[in-house]
Design a protein around this ligand. Structure first.
Ligand code: F42
Length: 262
């Protein structure tokens, strides 16, 4: 079993690089940096991490293809691969509805968008000329002018269809959940997707992207976790919320509060 750690670039990149170095020294295998417009930029942060660590894998955890065109994502993560000496991993998901609302971005067809974006990004990273006329992603013969080698693609997913898609096309899945029940259901969906695509399910690296919060004062630890949980709830399909007894109305109220920056 491997271990990774996610940092939110709500802190300056150098502070996160210090934590990343500590993580590397403690034997962690991956550092993931989140991508939301209101925090520091994910690729700037990853660059600083690349220059301040030696062996730990570093990745976006996760970016999306609404705020960044897939060609830009491919160029950015390939640059990180080059700077880090081949340690880059791309985490890509459908994105966060609450922040998209604030940015005026319509969250249309997240499944199709993620699927087509991954197809395009793979092509770019493999040095291909990408032409595609997908439902959501279109390219007319675009190609990167440099090649930085392999970059595994992990999908951020928790909905059943998204998990199945990850089983079909991704190298790994970052499952945004902390409850064992969620993983039981998720692993089944990933297996279904892998089998549908004729892959061995063990080819897909399954990652529990669980939320931990630590403080000497338990109340402070719980309070700090609430922000993360709120973002996850606001972006979760109703089916996932049902499993945890969270109402659709509650999800809407939380989403509205986040959109207001509350
Ligand atoms: N989001 C961010 O914006 N930034 C981050 O840093 C971030 C980190 C992160 C890490 C791990 C992780 O698992 C998720 C993370 N996320 C982050 C959240 C991620 O971007 C997603 O918001 C989150 O994973 C929720 O996605 P989901 O897997 O629950 O999928 C949603 C879109 C969903 O509703 N899925 C449904 C399902 O069953 O899987 C399917 C919806 C569907 O089929 N839609 C159709 C389609 O084509 O898309 C269209 C339906 C229609 O009628 O339009």
């Amino acid at each position: 079993m491997k271990f990774g750690i996610e940092f939110v670039p709500a802190d300056p990149a150098l502070k996160i690089a210090y934590y990343a170095k500590l993580s590397e020294q403690q034997g962690f295998d991956y550092v993931w940096i989140t991508d939301h417009y209101n925090n520091r930029d994910v690729y700037s942060t990853l660059t600083v991490l690349a220059l301040n660590t030696n062996s730990i894998k570093i990745g976006s955890g996760v970016t999306n293809s609404y705020t960044r065109n897939p060609a830009i994502t491919a160029s950015s993560i390939a640059s990180i691969a080059e700077i880090s000496g081949g340690r880059a991993v791309l985490g890509l998901g459908p994105g966060d509805k609450a922040t998209f609302d604030a940015m005026g971005i319509a969250w249309e067809k997240p499944l199709a968008t993620t699927k087509e974006a991954i197809q395009a990004i793979r092509g770019f990273i493999e040095g291909k000329k990408v032409s595609m006329d997908g439902e959501m992603v279109k390219f007319a013969g675009a190609k990167l002018a440099f090649n930085a080698g392999k970059v595994p693609i992990y999908m951020g997913a928790q909905g059943p269809k998204m998990l199945e898609l990850a089983g079909e096309i991704a190298d790994g899945v970052l499952i945004n959940a902390s409850h064992p029940k969620d993983f039981e259901v998720a692993v089944e969906q990933i297996r279904k997707g892998a089998e549908k695509a004729g892959r061995d399910p063990s080819e897909v690296d399954v990652t529990a992207y669980a939320c931990f919060s630590i403080d000497k004062d338990p109340a402070k630890a719980v309070n700090a976790a609430k922000v993360v949980v709120a973002f996850i709830v606001a972006g979760s399909p109703d089916l996932v919320l049902e499993r945890h007894g969270i109402s659709v109305d509650g999800k809407k109220q939380i989403g509205d509060a986040i959109a207001k920056g509350d």
